[in-house]
Design a protein around this ligand. Structure first.
Ligand code: IMP
Ligand code: MG
Length: 175
């Protein structure tokens, strides 16, 4: 497999500007409340931190890690929990923080899993949305950017566990 150099799709300044807008929206939507942010590891960690820094309402964090069985770049829809939540979400106002919604199979599973634990409310916040690849309809409350069907790296997203640290959103050609 041959990996060409990555290209910048969305600059660091543009990502930060959009994250600030989302944070302001969340601050206003939850003005008299506190929220429980759940970061879906590993890809969402940079987005979660940058977003949380700009929130002025009371916030708590939890983390979850999942993998989907399947080969190549398409997930099978069978999701396995690698690291579960460490605190109950029952009665809490929860926002799931995700890096990208692609086919939607991972989030479809997670939304069912979360609803079964009876949060007071549940919203989904994703940095990126790749609508052309969607196989399952996913209700999204906060979306950073809609992007074309290209393989994304940076700002937490990886190719073969690399490039997560890039401070911008890039595309990579994988032959
Ligand atoms: P889905 O279940 O097909 O929606 O896949 C979602 C997961 O696949 C995301 O949380 C990412 O971890 C990964 N993923 C999907 N598209 C990309 C991409 O373009 N770059 C890096 N990871 C991706
Ligand atoms: Mg993810």
């Amino acid at each position: 497999m041959n990996v060409a150099a990555h290209q910048i799709l969305i600059s660091e300044a543009e990502v930060n500007r959009r994250i600030r807008e989302i944070a302001e929206q969340i601050n206003s939507d939850y003005a008299d409340k506190s929220i429980h942010l759940v970061c879906v590891l590993k890809g969402s960690v940079m987005f979660m931190c940058e977003l949380a820094k700009r929130l002025t309402i009371p916030v708590t964090f939890d983390f979850m890690s999942v993998t989907s069985y399947g080969s190549g770049s398409s997930s099978s829809g069978v999701v396995r929990i690698v690291h579960d939540l460490t605190e109950p979400i029952e009665g809490k106002d929860v926002i799931i923080i995700e890096d990208i919604i692609d086919s939607g199979t991972t989030m479809n599973y997670l939304l069912t899993f979360f609803h079964e634990r009876h949060p007071a409310s549940l919203k989904l916040c994703t940095l990126l949305d790749k609508p052309s690849r969607r196989e399952v309809e996913i209700p999204m409350d906060y979306v950073g950017f809609q992007i074309p069907d290209e393989f994304i790296v940076g700002y937490g997203l990886d190719y073969d566990q690399k490039y997560r640290n890039l401070p911008y959103i890039g595309t990579i050609k994988v032959d």
